[in-house]
Design a protein around this ligand. Structure first.
Ligand code: SAM
Ligand code: SF4
Length: 342
């Protein structure tokens, strides 16, 4: 029995890993497909999971419910491109109801925004309040080179639609050597001018892409040093429940986050796990061990699913061991970010 008198069963006891970290955040990938082909995320000829392996929307809901029963308070839908999954609003509505009933604190979505112009209003109506939107450049040609699709106009229209619908938007920008490093200050000014925070992310060696990772990787230590020569960066303790460390730019009034999986200590307070659209539960973005939730769900139902979560807690590692220090380091984790869910 818990302190408030609720009965604790194996299907409701909190998820705590073997290092004592409580898991309260689920990142659920609803598809591994995408309408873009960002060159650090996937290859142009990316091979996607066969349809039979993909969880149905009902199964994705059942997986989310199993985690919520075990104390998860925040769910992020991701992918691939989550808004590209057919009928995704059905799942978003169902999870939004869990926010409205107080079962979870938040439902969020990470999107490339290409289809956001038509999704912004329905997302808000379903109970989504915040979005993470990925954008690495404001230059149309550079965008087309990085994303391998000419979609910047649609992305910008999607961002404006989200702001117009009253959604709180955070921009995620991957720092890319020789590609967008020079543009980072103007991206920050643009984002802050629209009332959006911007988080910078170091490229991680997830999956083998066409280029060597060392030709993509830029250290955020250097980026931060350059920003601090231009602006006054005030350290702030704001944490949004993730690994980002934030500063406030005194001159713009906005916040910049730094996610430094390669150069910073990242894993100590990890509170999250990731489930792929094929129902594989990854306890760490940077490790290969996984637990098969699809098999548990399809063969044993909710009880088997809950036991699978216990197994995952035993297996969750202390941290990742990413490294990009020499040519060839890019294949340490064979899965693409689009497969695991960013
Ligand atoms: N399609 C959606 C989007 O782009 O926002 C959601 C999925 S995407 C995989 C999630 C995030 O992962 C994006 O911000 C993307 O830039 C980031 N990402 C993809 N591959 C990455 C990599 N190898 N290293 C670091 N970040 C990566
Ligand atoms: Fe698609 Fe997002 Fe990967 Fe770009 S980063 S290819 S938008 S899944």
């Amino acid at each position: 029995m818990s302190a408030d008198g609720a009965v604790i069963t194996t299907e409701t006891k909190p998820l705590v890993d073997s290092f004592g970290r409580r898991i309260t955040y689920l990142r659920l990938s609803v598809t591994d497909r995408c309408d873009l082909r960002c060159n650090y995320c996937m290859t142009e000829d990316a091979v996607f999971a066969p349809k039979a392996n993909i969880l149905t929307l009902e199964e994705l809901g059942a997986v989310a419910n199993a985690f919520i029963a075990r104390g998860v308070r925040k769910v992020r839908l991701t992918g691939g491109e989550p808004l590209a999954r057919r009928n995704i609003l059905a799942l978003i509505d169902a999870l939004g109801a869990r926010v409205r009933s107080g079962d979870i604190d938040e439902l969020t979505v990470t999107t490339n925004a290409t289809q956001l112009a038509r999704f912004a209003e329905p997302l808000r109506e379903a109970g989504v309040k915040r979005l993470n939107i990925s954008l690495d450049t404001l230059d149309r040609e550079k965008f087309a080179a990085i994303a391998r699709r000419d979609a910047l106009d649609r992305v910008l229209a999607g961002i404006d639609a989200a702001i117009g619908a009253g959604l709180k938007v955070k921009i995620n920008t991957v720092a890319l050597k020789d590609r967008n490093i020079d543009e980072i200050p103007s991206l920050i000014e643009w984002a802050h001018g629209k009332g959006m925070d911007l988080t910078l992310i170091e490229v991680m060696p997830l999956g083998e892409v066409e280029e060597d990772r060392i030709d993509q990787f830029a250290s955020l230590t250097d980026v931060r040093r350059n920003l601090s020569e231009r602006w006054t960066l005030e350290d702030i303790s704001d944490r949004t429940g993730g690994p980002a460390r934030y500063v406030r730019v005194k001159e713009t009034g906005g916040r910049v986050g730094f996610i430094t999986p390669l150069t910073g200590n990242f894993c100590d307070g990890c509170n999250r796990v990731r489930v792929t659209c094929s129902g594989e539960l990854y306890m760490c973005l940077g490790q290969q061990r996984r637990v098969d939730l699809k098999g548990a769900l399809r063969s044993g139902g909710p009880a088997a699913l809950s036991s699978a979560l216990d197994e995952a807690m035993r297996l969750k590692p202390l941290g990742h061991d990413f490294e990009i220090s020499k040519r060839g380091d890019g294949v340490r984790v064979p899965r693409f970010m689009s497969a695991t869910g960013g």
